[in-house]
Design a protein around this ligand. Structure first.
Ligand SMILES: [Zn+2]
Length: 259
């Protein structure tokens, strides 16, 4: 029986055997399929990686090159005329005279500080002569338009040396034009910077909270005025000058971005 069973297989013609002895594709299939699939997976994953590597730089490029939609800059339009900023007229009740005749006035704190500065300068032999302090809008109107007419000046040229009404620091009661009492010929002239008074102011004015409003190449584009000083010794005066200037600087930097 055993022998027969063992041999019986051989007796059956090969073609008719139900259990195939020769290896066919189907018997190796699972292994091949796994190998094939894993190979394919490696290829797919690999190519995905390559694609990713290839695509990622372009993605970052796209991000950096494309203009990011930023919020449109708030148009802080600052009212200014030919570089001059608008200033409110000081309350006449807050003004104090800095001359014996009462002709030239400043806001009280500025006046006190100026008088102290003047006294201290005199001790060093320097005579600080106030030429102009607080001005009303009406007075500035005359200074700007009437003098412009008398001098036959072009508006832009006039604005380089004088502020239009409503745009003068002198309206605030914090600004003062100073001359050298010993060299009056240099009054309101660039030559004032050659005087001992100017040199003294350069070295000492900050101690009394005075600063030059329009130094050379000032951002407002106003002519150099070595004689024109402003008081910035309290919150109110600081706010008056620096808030306006800050707004102007912001606005002009936005202009630069647009241009
Ligand atoms: Zn002035």
């Amino acid at each position: 029986m055993n022998h027969k069973q063992q041999t019986s297989k051989e007796d059956i013609p090969e073609a008719l055997r139900d259990i195939p002895t020769t290896p066919t594709s189907s018997s190796l299939n699972p292994k091949l399929v796994i190998l094939g699939l894993s190979g394919l997976a490696i290829i797919i994953l690999g190519s995905l990686g390559i694609m990713r590597l290839m695509s990622s730089p372009s993605e970052t490029n796209t991000v950096s090159v494309e203009p990011t939609p930023s919020p449109s800059p708030t148009p802080e339009t600052v009212e200014n005329i030919l570089g001059h900023l608008p200033y409110e007229e000081a309350d006449p009740n807050q003004l104090k005279s800095i001359t014996n005749d009462g002709r030239i006035k400043l806001r009280e704190k500025a006046a006190d500080s100026f008088l102290k500065m003047q006294r201290d300068a005199r001790e060093s032999g320097i005579i600080l002569n106030p030429i102009s302090g607080f001005r009303t809008v009406e007075q500035q109107e005359y200074l700007f338009f009437e003098i412009k007419r008398q001098r036959n000046q072009d508006t832009r040229k006039r604005a380089e040396v004088s502020a239009p009404p409503n745009y003068s620091e002198h309206h605030t009661g914090y600004a003062v034009d100073i001359g050298d009492g010993q060299v009056p010929a240099t009054n309101l002239s660039e030559n004032f910077e050659q005087t001992p008074a100017f040199r003294w102011l350069e070295n000492n004015a900050a101690k009394y909270s005075f600063e030059l409003s329009f130094p050379r190449n000032n951002p407002q584009g106003i002519s150099y005025e070595p004689w024109h000083w402003r008081y910035v010794g309290d919150g109110e005066s600081l706010k008056t000058f620096y808030e306006a200037q800050q707004l102007q600087n912001n606005a002009s930097s936005e202009d630069n971005l647009v241009n």
